[in-house]
Design a protein around this ligand. Structure first.
Ligand SMILES: [Zn+2]
Ligand SMILES: [Zn+2]
Length: 349
């Protein structure tokens, strides 16, 4: 059987595990609704690091990589709308379509995903030359699209979703807490629309500079500055009307409630299941504020993300720090991620 290089996760006895680059069998189509994809690019996500460190579950012996694009190599016999050579992106979170959440239009909360089905986390993903996925997870891409840029579509779809939840208006002061890869991608989407001001709150120097480069009007370092005072100063005492918490720890949530304007929307985007926070309910009632969650995205957010990339509407060059061969996933890719001196690192098999 023909072999390919793949980054395989091996669970350790306690928590986390390690990723090994190894030769594995090239996967084959076994069901009539499946597609064999030749992977052309796959982004490294913070979740990949979390899996290794034990902060996120994953299936033992699974090929990681959930932000991937490629071309169709083979199709199952029931597929009529794709052909070999088509450019495609995969939504790694397969939806069932019939659970109560799917039927209520909340496909991002599909009950089937709770079983642990994500490609590149619980089932084989894109850190490999080939991958087999069901047709339902595939979005066809325009012929002209650049496939390395297209590897941003999955995280970008989450940012589009977040932007829609935030319902950002022209007169809003927007604050984004955290300029990690997702905070910066969300900033890129928000910057496509007219707003009053954009304030980035970030501790790390490199990331803060990146936030300014992508269009933040102000950068605040919470380690050295009183965030509340500074936001009041730069917004003429208005406060922030939209706050995106792209970190999701207790500290950032409570920080946000120090400078939220009357009528503000606080969007919880970053995830940490250990976080707990104190809040005065009357601060929400009296000033009609809203606290909203934003979790992955809907199919329509994928469509919007595809258009943003296909139309060069996002500054992809500023968001992709490096493109590396899959062989360097661990030596270069993971190390750059740990040093935090990167936005997205893309691997090519
Ligand atoms: Zn991800
Ligand atoms: Zn469902």
């Amino acid at each position: 059987m023909e072999k390919m290089l793949a980054a395989v996760f091996h669970k350790s006895e306690n928590n986390g595990g390690k990723i090994e680059l190894e030769e594995v069998n090239i996967p084959q189509i076994t069901k009539s609704d499946q597609v064999l994809i030749e992977v052309k690019a796959c982004g490294i996500c913070g979740t990949d690091l979390k899996i290794v460190e034990g902060g996120h579950p994953a299936t033992d012996n699974t090929i990681l990589g959930h932000e991937f694009v490629g071309i169709v190599k083979e199709i199952g016999e029931n597929i009529q709308d794709l052909k070999p050579g088509d450019k495609v992106v995969v939504d790694p979170n397969e939806k069932c379509g019939y659970c109560i959440n799917c039927r209520r239009g909340l496909s991002n909360l599909c009950e089937y995903m709770v079983l642990g089905t994500t490609f590149g986390i619980f089932q084989n993903g894109g850190f490999a030359k080939f991958c087999v996925v069901p047709r339902s997870t595939i979005f066809k891409l325009p012929e002209k699209i650049d496939l390395v840029a297209a590897s941003l579509i999955e995280p970008l779809s989450c940012a589009v979703h977040c932007h829609n939840i935030a319902n950002v208006k022209e007169s809003d002061n927007v604050a984004i807490i955290g300029a990690g890869p997702m905070g910066l991608i969300i900033e890129s989407v928000i910057r496509k629309h007219p707003i009053k001001r954009l304030i980035s709150i970030e501790i790390d120097e490199w990331r803060g500079q990146k936030a300014l480069e992508l269009g933040a009007d102000f950068l605040i370092n919470p380690d050295t500055t009183n965030v509340q005072k500074e936001i009041m100063k730069v917004t003429n005492n208005e406060g922030a009307d939209v706050i995106i918490d792209a970190v999701g720890i207790s500290k950032t949530f409570e920080m946000a409630t120090n400078f939220w304007a009357p009528g503000a929307r606080l969007i919880c985007f970053g995830q940490d299941y250990r976080a707990e926070a104190k809040i005065k309910p009357n601060e929400i009632v009296r000033y009609q504020r809203q606290i909203l969650g934003s979790y992955i995205g809907y199919a329509e957010d994928f469509l919007d993300a595809i258009e943003l990339i296909a139309n060069n509407a996002i500054e992809v060059d500023k968001l992709i720090t490096k493109v590396i061969p899959l062989e360097k996933l661990i030596s270069t890719g993971f190390n750059l991620m740990k040093e935090r001196k990167c936005v997205k690192i893309i691997t090519t098999p």
